[in-house]
Design a protein around this ligand. Structure first.
Ligand code: VGL
Ligand code: ZN
Length: 203
């Protein structure tokens, strides 16, 4: 008998030092995702690992907008932007994957947020909703119909990747025990509501 065809792809989102304890944009309890995600990476045949990967002076950094505090919001042509602490600057230790992550040799990588003038939460599209990031191409080339998401942060990169996945017609499951949120002003509860109404499975 041929092995069963497993069409689901595990997408491990942004488990990087800056989002973990001691990082510049630390997500509460981030390390709790590690054992869950490592176990998942051990059983999925197809794994994509994403990294937030910004140039210095990225427009999502509060430091690029003098007078605007960290975690405040501004309007940009691409929509409302939360201003973050500097984080995940390309090739810095903060952008590296957490050392406790056991990435299988067969994993594919997607880096996002590389354009200085545009933020990107989704591994499908940049925030202009127009520029492809790379996940869709990987999924299409492997005939995937379903993605399973875990990582950081539930209310930003997981949320937007999940919503874009649904909009592209994929089945999407978010592993709740394998992700943690930033939770700015109730954004975590709001994210789950948005995902549930878009038909994202919460497992
Ligand atoms: C993220 C805020 C800023 C994330 C990335 O990975 O969820 N959040 N950049
Ligand atoms: Zn970022």
């Amino acid at each position: 008998m041929p092995p069963p065809v497993i069409t689901a792809v595990l997408v491990v989102v942004d488990i990087q030092n800056d989002f973990c304890s001691g990082g510049s944009l630390a997500v509460p309890d981030a390390e709790a995702v590690l054992p869950v995600v490592n176990r998942l990476m051990g059983v999925f045949q197809r794994v994509v690992v994403t990294q937030d990967w910004h140039p210095p002076g990225h427009l999502s950094f509060a430091s690029s907008h003098p007078g605007h505090p960290v975690f405040s919001r501004i309007m940009l042509p691409s929509g409302e932007q939360v201003l973050w602490p500097d984080h995940c600057v390309a090739d810095t230790p903060g952008a590296a994957l957490h050392s406790g992550l056991v990435v299988p040799a067969h994993a594919a990588f997607v880096r996002k947020g590389m354009r200085g003038t545009l933020d990107t939460y989704s591994a499908f599209f940049e925030n202009d909703r127009d520029t492809a990031v790379g996940l869709d191409a990987i999924l299409r080339s492997s005939n995937a119909q379903e993605i399973v998401l875990a990582g950081l942060a539930t209310d930003y990169c997981i949320l937007h990747t999940a919503l874009d996945g649904r909009a592209r017609g994929y089945d999407v499951t978010v592993i709740e025990s394998g992700c943690r949120g930033i939770d700015l002003n109730g954004s975590l509860a709001q994210a789950w509501e948005q995902m549930e109404s878009a038909g994202v499975r919460r497992a």
